[in-house]
Design a protein around this ligand. Structure first.
Ligand SMILES: [Fe+2]
Ligand SMILES: [Fe+2]
Length: 350
């Protein structure tokens, strides 16, 4: 059957990059991929369980919320909801033992985040509070460093670290759609349509554009090809969204997180684009960043309005909205610090 000519999607070629299901190029084969080395008892237990090697679950100790072992264990648990993990045996997505263990990991993650973030701010006006949080954020700027001093090797590192989330960009926030109602649901759908390139003719899925950037850098664009190279601070970017998205009770935090994500995108994306220009990267490699400069100029207003709307409709969630916003800032801070230190750069100088 021939698709209608007005369709914005290339229905005749669902595997074409950037149109329709443009993720095909990074999902079509997992051949040769394996799970990485474990980073401690938590990730070892989860990966062994996924491989079909059950054992008694270890105790989950209180730890730094961005701990490598904790984050890899959590990541593997969450990834069962998004894709097929390498080496996975059987149906593990709703395995009760895995879910029970994930819940313990989440408690430690949440508790650790609360310790990092401290007391919640006044939530009588979430829009004002989120803007104030962002204005007060004095974390290092990776994008400013990349724009002025970053090398191509560092840019590739950045892309590899970011790929834990970016190859499934927007999917975690989409879990919030059935968990919202009324206008708030419509607003989230509208933002997500942009993320999936479904908001007009010739738009592209942002995850597909990121895969294209990876290919331009001769990187493997398959999901989890670099899982062994991504530290806890990189995996936490993805895990935070998955945790908020997969729990209805965290729908306020998910929306607050999205607001910060969208509101801190336009300037950094423009800087990464200019870094790639300076480094002589191709237009195809830059496209992911160029598209975000335009798309997120709209999304940042829509996402803040979504946060305001949800808090107005469900005032009991206002505090969670700000918790999610604070967590987004904290996770990005740790991501930047981790990467700068990996490159031998003092984060205070970036
Ligand atoms: Fe996006
Ligand atoms: Fe966006």
């Amino acid at each position: 059957m021939t698709p209608p000519s007005s369709s914005p999607f290339d229905l005749t070629n669902p595997g074409s990059a950037g149109r329709g299901d443009g993720e095909a190029s990074n999902q079509s084969t997992f051949a040769g991929l394996t799970l990485p080395e474990s980073r401690g008892p938590l990730s070892r237990w989860v990966m062994d369980w996924v491989r079909g090697m059950p054992a008694d679950a270890p105790t989950v100790p209180f730890s730094d919320p961005f701990d490598d072992d904790l984050q890899l264990a959590l990541y593997c648990c969450y990834e069962t909801h998004f894709t097929t993990l390498p080496e996975a045996v059987g149906e593990v997505e709703w395995d009760l033992d895995l879910l029970r263990f994930r819940r313990e990991l989440e408690w430690v993650f949440e508790l650790g985040l609360r310790g990092v973030i401290g007391a919640p701010p006044d939530h009588s006006d979430v829009g004002v509070a989120i803007r104030a949080m962002l204005a007060a954020d004095d974390g290092p700027s990776l994008s400013r460093f990349m724009e002025t001093n970053g090398t191509m090797t560092e840019m590739r590192d950045f892309v590899v670290h970011r790929s834990a989330y970016q190859l499934k960009e927007a999917d975690g926030h989409s879990f919030g759609i059935p968990r919202l109602s009324g206008v708030a649901k419509q607003m989230l759908v509208q933002i997500q349509a942009g993320e999936y390139g479904a908001d007009g003719v010739d738009r592209e899925m942002h995850a597909s554009l990121f895969a294209q950037t990876m290919r331009e850098f001769d990187l493997d664009d398959r999901r989890n090809a670099y899982l062994g190279d991504q530290p806890g601070s990189a995996l936490a970017i993805s895990n935070l969204i998955s945790m908020f998205g997969l729990h209805r009770r965290w729908r306020g935090a998910l929306v607050g997180h999205l607001a910060v994500f969208e509101m801190t995108s336009v300037v950094p994306m423009g800087r990464y684009a200019s870094a790639l220009d300076r480094l002589g990267a191709s237009a195809a490699a830059r496209r992911f960043y160029d598209v975000h400069v335009l798309a997120d100029a709209e999304h940042e207003m829509m996402a803040l309005e979504l946060a305001r709307t949800l808090a107005a409709n469900e005032p009991a969630l206002a505090c969670d909205v700000l918790f999610g916003a604070s967590c987004a800032i904290a996770a990005e801070h740790r991501f930047a610090v981790g990467l700068l230190r990996q490159w031998g750069i003092d984060p205070a100088q970036a």
